[in-house]
Design a protein around this ligand. Structure first.
Ligand SMILES: *Cc1c(COP(=O)(O)O)cnc(C)c1O
Length: 351
């Protein structure tokens, strides 16, 4: 499979933005090429940030930091302003508006469809099976040559389960399309990452984020792991300086603190198990789905009533009950111990 054959013509012929520092391969010396402020910056609380200068467009610092931490080669990495930016860029690289199509097996994360809608790219909704696994036959039936991307999420939001690796790889093998696997919640599952498969499948893209396990939703940093062909196109279309120096500074500091991330994950999984057992024991709760993520999908008789009651106590949960296969379901994030105690008390009170 040739990735180039899937890329839009205007992207293939695009001449990307270049800076004078690319041409001279230097960002030192007397820099009078980018109309920056040579006098300094108005934000000086952290020395060494040099916020008057544009950050490295090649993301080499980020590739080093994250590549070393997760043992991923630099050529396989690309960083975006959250994974949401990467989702949008991938659609723009591969999908001709008003012509190409995207398959979204659901119920799943709502941003995939929103990003397609913004780009005027038609989405084909295919349902997951009753156990929220991929229905390969249903996808095959809806597939046509204009389908450029299939979006998968594992562990899936909002159902919490990992997708079967075998099914994902079947899609990679069977279809001449980009297969995206969003691993936003992979830290909360014991196994299941597909990053080792990128060497076997040129059309596979793994999405990751620092917004969940790392507790960095505020810095807006996501990344993807894929083959150099795809990574090169992402660099071609991104805004030159998409990742800010402040975000890079926060990431560097956070990676030194990875022990804390690991202890967050451990505590969240422990609390997830505790809440699962508590809710499962309660009459009034129809079902608590097993979760490999940092939330639980919980089925009630009257989810609107439960949601309203909780909101009355200042507890906000996500109502997913209007989506196909999710009737009755609320999605509840795992909070800290105290928050989970309060939630449990209130749910007990409702029933
Ligand atoms: C939370 C979440 C993300 C994270 O998006 P960012 O833009 O990186 O904050 C990505 N995918 C899914 C499925 C999510 O639930």
């Amino acid at each position: 499979m040739k990735i180039k054959d899937l890329v839009r013509q205007n992207i293939l012929s695009l001449k990307p933005y270049t800076s004078a520092r690319d041409i001279y391969e230097s960002s030192e010396g007397i820099l009078l090429d980018a109309n920056e402020n040579s006098w300094g910056s108005t934000f000086n609380e952290i020395d060494s940030l040099n916020l008057n200068r544009y950050p490295d467009p090649h993301q080499n610092d980020l590739k080093d930091l994250v590549g070393n931490y997760y043992s991923i080669a630099a050529e396989n990495l690309f960083f975006g302003v959250g994974s949401d930016e990467i989702i949008d860029l991938i659609i723009r690289i591969f999908c001709e508006p008003n012509a190409d199509k995207v398959i979204i097996p659901g119920p799943t994360y709502g941003m995939y469809k929103v990003a397609c809608d913004i780009n005027n790219v038609e989405t084909i909704q295919v349902l997951l099976n009753d156990d929220f696994q991929i229905n390969v036959d249903a996808i095959e039936k809806k597939y046509n040559k204009n389908v450029k991307i299939i979006f998968l999420c594992s562990p899936n939001n909002p159902t919490g389960n990992l997708l079967n690796k075998k099914d994902v790889l079947t899609l990679c093998k069977s279809f001449n399309s980009i297969i995206i696997v969003d691993e936003a919640y992979i830290d909360f599952s014991i196994e299941g990452t597909l990053i080792d498969e990128i060497k076997n499948y040129p059309n596979l893209i793994i999405l990751r984020t620092f917004s969940k396990a790392w507790g960095l939703a505020g810095i807006r940093l996501g990344y993807c792991i894929s083959n150099p062909d795809i990574i090169e196109f992402l660099f071609k279309v991104k805004a030159p300086y998409n990742i800010s120096s402040l975000t890079r500074f926060a990431l560097k500091s956070a990676l030194k603190n990875s022990g804390l991330k690991n202890s967050f994950v451990k505590s969240i999984i422990k609390e997830r198990n505790r809440l699962w057992n508590q809710l499962e024991s309660l009459t009034g709760v129809i079902h608590v789905y097993k979760s490999d993520a940092n939330f639980l999908l919980v089925k009630f008789d009257d989810p609107n009533y439960v949601q309203k009651k909780l909101a009355g106590k200042g507890i906000i949960v996500r109502n997913r009950s209007s989506q196909s296969k999710l009737s009755g379901c609320l999605r509840i994030s795992i909070g800290n111990e105290e928050e989970n105690d309060i939630l449990w008390d209130e749910i007990k009170r409702i029933f």
